[in-house]
Ligand binder design. Structure first.
Ligand code: PLP
Length: 392
């Protein structure tokens, strides 16, 4: 019996699909596929039993993501990494992967707004509670650790004051108490700060920011010991917080220049902060690289460079900050950070929106603050732009 000739539709769909050409690409191709082929029942059974390194379904795993995860693990000097569809996907998957109803989290009161809302108003509905603590308590948490405490979540440098925390000290206190420590390393990046080497258990990133670096992908990551990272696998699968393979390719490309980009971000931000320090139109210039910053010593001890974020506190309050915001030309009026483009934002209309005077005072945030994400443009242009926007 001869094989019947297949119809055109069938031939066009199946011809050459999944073929492996004898070509070794220099870069990781984008595996833009939702699913993967198996040769037989035995082949599928081998995968299910963990005997082969094949792939099943792209919500679970995908070679473009594995390649990116290997780069991220390398960047943070971690054993394993997992990527997510956003920074918040990484935060949610970490907390849901590691915690159960009845558990408590100790969290820095000065924390990214999305993380705060997840811990303050969302997770309590599922029996996970959070205790928000000031920086002095965070660095000496023994007094607030209770029987239900399982995890400590913090950032350094912190948005928008750029206060820094003694990372090794927090990590050691957590280890002594048997708690998992997690740091959001988005602002510093692994170029400037290596929290795993300082004893932290897990590093989380909004990859949307510096790691991708080009303001065109929303992504997240968690890096740490394999046994701990593996506990997040079911959360990522079941919440569906997976990254698209095409986005993973873009992030992998961005990561290749992290080193050179961060060197320039550090240089530009330090140059701008120095140029503005002492300017009478400003009440304060907040940058961990300036000797007058309250945590300069901590930052200098644990960071290679001080990052690309600078916050200025205008002497004329909100009116002056709004005027500055309306006058910038090189800095763009947009939220987010970490891209090659310089951006500026008003914390009281974004991360601290709707906060009372008392809440703002506790976080040391003022209505006159402008947060600058210093990009890779020529430093002289950035200094001139800020000078122009501040001109009376
Ligand atoms: N952590 C920090 C420090 C952030 O600035 C952000 C976003 O601004 C996030 C986490 C959340 O990341 P994403 O917007 O990628 O979900």
């Amino acid at each position: 019996m001869t094989t019947p000739r297949l119809g055109l539709a069938t031939r066009l769909i199946h011809t050459a699909e999944g073929a492996q050409p004898d070509a070794a690409p220099l870069t990781t191709p984008t595996y833009e596929t939702t699913t993967f082929l198996f040769d037989s029942t035995a082949d599928l059974q081998d995968y299910i039993d963990g005997r082969t390194g094949k792939y099943l379904y792209s919500r679970y795993e995908n070679p473009s993501l594995s390649s990116l995860e290997a780069k991220l693990a390398e960047a943070e000097q971690g054993e394993a990494a997992m990527v997510f569809g956003s920074g918040m996907g990484a935060v949610a998957s970490t907390l849901l992967g590691l915690l159960s109803a009845g558990d408590e989290v100790i969290c820095s009161a000065a924390i990214y707004g999305g993380t705060f809302h997840l811990l303050n108003s969302f997770l309590p509905r599922f029996g996970v509670t959070a205790r928000f603590v000031d920086l002095d308590v965070l660095q000496d948490p023994a007094s607030v650790i209770g029987p239900a405490t399982k995890l400590v979540w913090f950032e350094s440098p912190i948005n928008p004051t750029l206060r820094c925390v003694d990372i090794a000290r927090v990590a050691a206190a957590c280890r002594a108490a048997g708690l998992v420590s997690v740091i959001d390393n988005t602002f510093a990046t692994p170029y400037n700060q290596q929290p795993l080497a300082l004893g932290v258990d897990l590093v989380m990133h909004s990859v949307t920011k510096y790691l991708n670096g080009h303001s065109d992908v929303t992504a997240g990551a968690v890096i740490g010991a394999k046994a701990l990272v593996d506990r997040l696998v079911p959360a990522r699968k079941l919440i569906g917080a997976m990254l698209d393979p095409g986005a993973a390719t873009l992030v992998a490309r961005g990561l290749k220049t992290l080193d050179v980009r961060m060197a320039r971000h550090n240089e530009n931000a330090l140059g701008l902060a120095r140029a503005l320090s002492g300017d009478r139109r400003l009440a304060r210039v907040l940058y961990p690289g300036l000797p007058e910053h309250p945590d300069h010593a901590i930052a200098a001890a644990q960071m290679r460079g001080f990052g690309g974020m600078v916050t200025i506190d205008l002497a004329g309050g909100f009116e002056a900050a709004a005027r500055f915001f309306d006058r910038v030309r090189v800095f763009k009026r947009a939220t987010s950070l970490g891209g090659v483009e310089s951006l500026c934002g008003l914390p009281v209309l974004t991360s601290q929106y709707g906060w009372s005077d008392e809440q703002l005072a506790r976080a040391d945030v003022t209505r006159g603050m402008v947060r600058l994400s210093v990009g890779l443009e020529a430093l002289d242009d950035l200094i001139a732009d800020v000078d122009h926007a501040l001109a009376i």
